[in-house]
Design a protein around this ligand. Sequence first.
Ligand SMILES: CC(C)(COP(=O)(O)OP(=O)(O)OC[C@H]1O[C@@H](n2cnc3c(N)ncnc32)[C@H](O)[C@@H]1OP(=O)(O)O)[C@@H](O)C(=O)NCCC(=O)NCCS
Length: 145
Amino acid sequence: MRVESAIRPMRPGDEPAVISLLNHHFPRVQMTSSKLHTRLSRGARFLVAEENGEVAGFADLRVGRRALLRGLAVQAEKRGRGVGSALVQAAVSEARSLGFKRLRVEALDGDVNAVRFYEMNGFAAMKTAVNRFGETVRVMLLRLA
Ligand SMILES: CC(C)(COP(=O)(O)OP(=O)(O)OC[C@H]1O[C@@H](n2cnc3c(N)ncnc32)[C@H](O)[C@@H]1OP(=O)(O)O)[C@@H](O)C(=O)NCCC(=O)NCCS
């Protein structure tokens, strides 16, 4: 069953839920409220999927020289119903409306689920690279123009 979740920019009241989801899925980041605000001041635009007044998932779109979908997660019990794809599409629209020609995402090399998910959402794997944690990642791009 696909559900309609409202995708909207993160509000201050969403921050604890987003921080908790982020730390659960990306523990290496060790997100805190102050780190989150630093990210926001450097061009991060967090989107959230709201379902029944709760944060079901988030997307972290970073815009600067490039547009980068930096993080994406949906609560485990809410997966497989289109929430993740709706967040990606909202990030795509936002990057496009800001004039970017491409949206980039990095999936951990070997994370076949993430690679498949991004391919399903129109991204194509381009090359591998090493991220700031020394992990090999698959760089995937989506053409916006
Ligand atoms: C990847 C993720 C955001 C997808 O969210 P979602 O709401 O389940 O996405 P959708 O419902 O739009 O799409 C479901 C597709 O995602 C893929 N998928 C990846 N992991 C999945 C999971 N654990 N459960 C369900 N689907 C998953 C499947 O390919 C599925 O396609 P299918 O319906 O053909 O089987 C979510 O699984 C998640 O939060 N995973 C953990 C964090 C992560 O890996 N983030 C992405 C890498 S940065």
